[in-house]
Design a protein around this ligand. Sequence first.
Ligand code: GLU
Ligand code: MG
Length: 454
Amino acid sequence: MGDTGERAAELVERLRGEGVAGVTVAWADNNGIPRSRTVPVATLPQVAETGIGVSTVFAVFDTNDGIQYGAPGRETPSGDVRLVPDLDRLTPLAGQPGLAWAPGTQVAVDGSPWPWDQRSLLAGTVASLADRGYTALVGYEMEFAVCAATPDGSIVPAYRGPAYSPHALLEIDGFVTDVLRDAEANGLRIGQLHAEYGPGQVELSLGASDPVRAADEQLLARQTVLAAAARHGLRVSFAPLPSLALAGNGWHAHTSLWRDGRNLLAGGLDGPDDPAGAAYIAGLLRDLPALAAVTAPSIGSLARLRPGFFAGAYGFWGVENREAPLRYVAGSALLGADHANVELKVSDASANPYLALTALLTAGVAGVEEGLEPPAPHAEDPGTWTQEQRAAAGIAPLPSTAAEQEAALVGCPRLTDALGAERLGAFLAVRRADSAWAAERETEDVLAAWRWRY
Ligand code: GLU
Ligand code: MG
């Protein structure tokens, strides 16, 4: 047995002592849907060294679990990959005693990188940034709708407001308490939790961390929230838009970029002090339509990105502007300069978080390396302007159809190169399948079909 196996053997002893019977190894597919395998705890040493056998078809699963053999290199049901758990992230689940959880990386059967795996892509992106002297911090805000568990899957919000009210949360008090308690036990650092704007909507924020861990934790947070909901007879929708009648669920990604131990985004209400920080924002803005295609890629995302809903529908940036798809969050005397970051609001749960963060960091850092200068920020909501006013300010709508999203992504070699031909081909194949399926249905029916899938 190698070092990894020996380490896993020690973990088995500890896990058994805690009553753990199995380990669930999870990854995210191209629709942001978590998939998994569970193994008996005794097999962990073997599994940690050689992985779990998994079919290659998950690379081309669409949102309906249809398999899209049209993707280049993934034309057949034949093939196997190995799903290797990350022991550093192994977490006994507070809300599911008896099970532990770990994020997994898919590798080829000979152990080499698998060109369709997203987690190793992000790890590679972070390593290449480190080689160039950069580190990034990422923190997610996660919005979700807490609902009654109805037999037919119809949506009945578990509370009716008032928005942001402690009285609203009283109706789901036990659930909220369990989420906070289980999240802490699972090593998640929740910054805050509140009743959001929409009926039944709750938001929690996760503390900033390195990008791979942030993506892992976004998956672990879903598992934690769903387990607490199940215990309280509730159902949770992470879908970008659970129904046309409800508020959208944004999973806003806050990032800061650091060099020589300094936050390049540091600054106050005039934006980043360092031109490199402004250039990071300029890089994100330049590639925003393509970024939206990766970070808010589903039919539900497109329905969510409506003007006036704080989700970001037009391409611009603002300082603390909640309607801006790129919101600069300033530092201050109270919070310190290092609090500063930029929030990508278009992002949601239907994105694969590893792909999404690869695209985001690639776009932002390209801006820094090219010394881009952003246009002026806007404090208003351009959705309230006339078409002429927007045109004069150089503000265009973000892609509003799947075809526009695909064109934006395919037209951005910076991001397509970053994803790689294999991942891009699989990603586009499932997007096309989803949109062909949705084209024959009413939007509300599509939203209903995908409501509980994330
Ligand atoms: N629910 C909004 C969204 O779809 C975000 C609201 C907020 O700014 O918190 O992203
Ligand atoms: Mg919010």
